[in-house]
Design a protein around this ligand. Structure first.
Ligand code: NAP
Length: 237
C-alpha cells in the first residue's frame, strides 16, 4: 500500500473530527494537502481545531443524529473548499450494559448516532461525490461489529449494522467511481471509554494507526478497493 498519498486540492469531511481518531484523521489529511470539514458537538474542541489548523479546516458544530447536519457539512465543503472528495463517517460512541438493564433512550441514542448518523451524512454526500466524478466514503466501524460480547449488544449491533450498510452502499455506488471502505479497529487509546486514553493503555492502537489505514486506502490505485480492513493491537494485554 502507498502510505503517503498526496491529497492536494482534495476536500474531506470528517465527522467527529475534533477528538481521538477523528482528530488524527483531520491532522493527517491537512498534512497531506487536503482541506477538511470537521464536525463535533463540543465547541471548545472545535475552537482548538480551528486555532491549530487555521484556514485548512472548517469546523461545524452539530450532532450527526440531527437530520440537517449532513447537508450542512456538504454545503460547507462546497462553499468553503469547492466540492467534496472524501466522507469519513467517524463520529460514534460506546455505551455498554446488559440488554435487560439498558435504558431505551440509550439504545435510541446509540442507533441514532452510530448508524442513522452515517446514513444521513452519506445520503447527503453522494450527490456531491458524483458531481466530482467519484471519491470515497470511509466508515470507522469496529471489530465489535464482528466479535460480539456480553454487555455490548447495542454497540455491537450498531457496528454490525454499519458493516452491512457499507457493503450494500459499496455495491450501489462503485459504478460511479465512489469507493466505500470500512475500517474495523480493535481497542484504540482515546477517551472513547472513560480513562481509555491514560498512559497505561499504550498497548492499544494509537488514533494515528487507524488514520494511517485510511491514508493507505486513499493511496490505492483507482483499480483497487479494499472494502473492509480489520485492525487490531499487535500485542493486547
Ligand atoms: N476507541 C476505541 O477503542 C474504538 C475502537 C473501535 C472503533 N472505534 C470507533 O471510532 C470512532 C471514533 O471514536 P474515538 O475512539 O475517536 O472516540 P472519541 O475520542 O470519543 O471521539 C469521538 C468523536 O466523535 C464526536 N461525536 C461523538 N458523538 C457525536 C455525535 N452524536 N454527533 C457528532 N459528533 C459526535 C466527538 O465529539 P463530541 O463529543 O464533541 O460530539 C469526537 O469528536 C467511533 O465511531 C468509535 O465507535 C473506537
Amino acid at each position: 500500500m502507498t502510505s503517503q498519498p498526496q491529497l492536494d486540492g482534495r476536500v474531506a469531511i470528517v465527522t467527529g473530527g475534533s477528538r481521538g481518531i477523528g482528530l488524527a484523521l483531520t491532522g493527517g489529511l491537512v498534512e497531506r494537502g487536503a482541506r477538511v470539514v470537521a464536525s463535533g458537538r463540543t465547541q471548545r474542541d472545535l475552537d482548538a481545531v480551528s486555532q491549530h489548523f487555521g484556514d485548512a479546516v472548517a469546523t461545524v458544530r452539530g450532532d450527526v443524529a440531527d437530520r440537517a447536519l449532513g447537508d450542512t457539512l456538504v454545503r460547507t465543503a462546497t462553499e468553503r473548499f469547492g466540492g467534496l472528495d472524501v466522507l469519513i463517517n467517524n463520529a460514534g460512541f460506546g455505551l455498554f450494559a446488559p440488554v435487560a438493564e439498558m435504558a431505551v433512550d440509550d439504545w435510541d441514542r446509540l442507533i441514532a448516532t452510530n448508524l442513522t448518523g452515517v446514513f444521513l451524512c452519506t445520503r447527503a454526500a453522494i450527490p456531491a461525490l458524483r458531481q466530482r466524478g467519484g471519491g470515497w466514503v470511509i466508515n470507522i466501524s469496529s471489530l465489535a461489529g464482528r466479535n460480539s460480547f456480553a454487555g455490548g449488544a447495542a454497540y455491537c449491533a450498531t457496528k454490525a449494522g454499519l458493516n452491512a450498510f457499507a457493503e450494500s452502499l459499496m455495491l450501489e455506488v462503485r459504478s460511479d467511481d465512489i469507493r466505500v471502505s470500512t475500517v474495523m479497529p480493535g481497542s484504540v487509546q482515546t477517551a472513547f471509554s472513560p480513562g481509555g486514553d491514560a498512559p497505561e493503555h499504550d498497548w492499544k492502537l494509537a488514533p494515528e494507526d487507524v488514520a494511517q489505514v485510511v491514508f493507505d486506502l486513499l493511496g490505492q490505485s483507482a483499480r483497487s478497493l479494499p472494502s473492509r480492513v480489520e485492525l487490531r493491537p499487535s500485542k493486547p494485554k
